[in-house]
Ligand binder design. Sequence first.
Ligand code: SAM
Length: 306
Amino acid sequence: MKDEEKKDKASLMSPRSSLRPPPSSLYSPRAKKSLGQNFLTDARVAERIVEALGPRPDETIIEIGPGQGALTSRLVERAGRIFAVELDFNLAESLRRQFAANSNFHLLEADALDTDFCQLIAPDKSARLVANLPYNISTAILQRLIRQRACISEMVLMLQREVVERITAPPASSERGYLSVLVEAYCEREALFDVTPQAFRPVPKVWSTVVRLTVRPRMAVEVEDEDLLWRLVSAGFAQRRKTIFNNLRSAPVELSSRLERTGGARPALEAAHIAPDRRAETLYLEEWAALARSIEQAPNGRETLN
Ligand code: SAM
């Protein structure tokens, strides 16, 4: 983004371009890069995102990072209640002013990474969520949202295109990683449309994609110990060039001692019918679950065989 920002600044300072009006009334030359501030300035894209969400007058919508209100101004017209979480103090101030007349608009000036969304919407039990997420923390926010899925039924998110490719990557594709397996386990995923960098100010270097994640009523696979499953997936992807067996053999201490207590990585993989020389990205979600179950079901305290 550095080069694009430099170009933006340079063109603003050149005598020719200084006569030109800013590309949009929403343009902010002081966008904070540290907060991932690339504001959506293309009204058609904003309309399409809100249309994809389809907010209803009888429901609660959460918006993360309302920024200059590109999506918010459309949400307040259609949703029953909007809870917006914005970290930037200056933007929060101007949003309060901008939407002072909208009694359905509620602003929380806070870090979305620390926000308890279930508490935020109480006494409502469930809400849908929309966001043009700041790219620098989008995967961290996504993981937090998944942890709080009990009160979020659906998310329409604009993310960096590469992140959506990772989220939707099927087994055996090179983009498949921890995030792909995690999101697949808890959500149905649908990539909706791509958005050109020109739709934002400042103009980012990357394309974006809007994705719909519908939270499943139950996890897509059955395991007793979800924590064990995610430790396995995380260890399995630790070094992408290594086989699943080698990655599990050098797993962090908590997982490796659990593996040792139940006989080691090799018998666990065998019990799950997974060849030890496979790589993590080739495993299907159901195979990860079978691996977790093989450890859950193994008798404790067997000797380590690997
Ligand atoms: N929704 C606006 C739009 O579409 O133009 C702004 C999107 S901009 C990519 C990301 C927004 O998230 C900014 O307003 C930024 O200040 C805010 N933000 C960044 N980090 C945040 C965090 N940790 N918690 C809440 N908001 C955050």
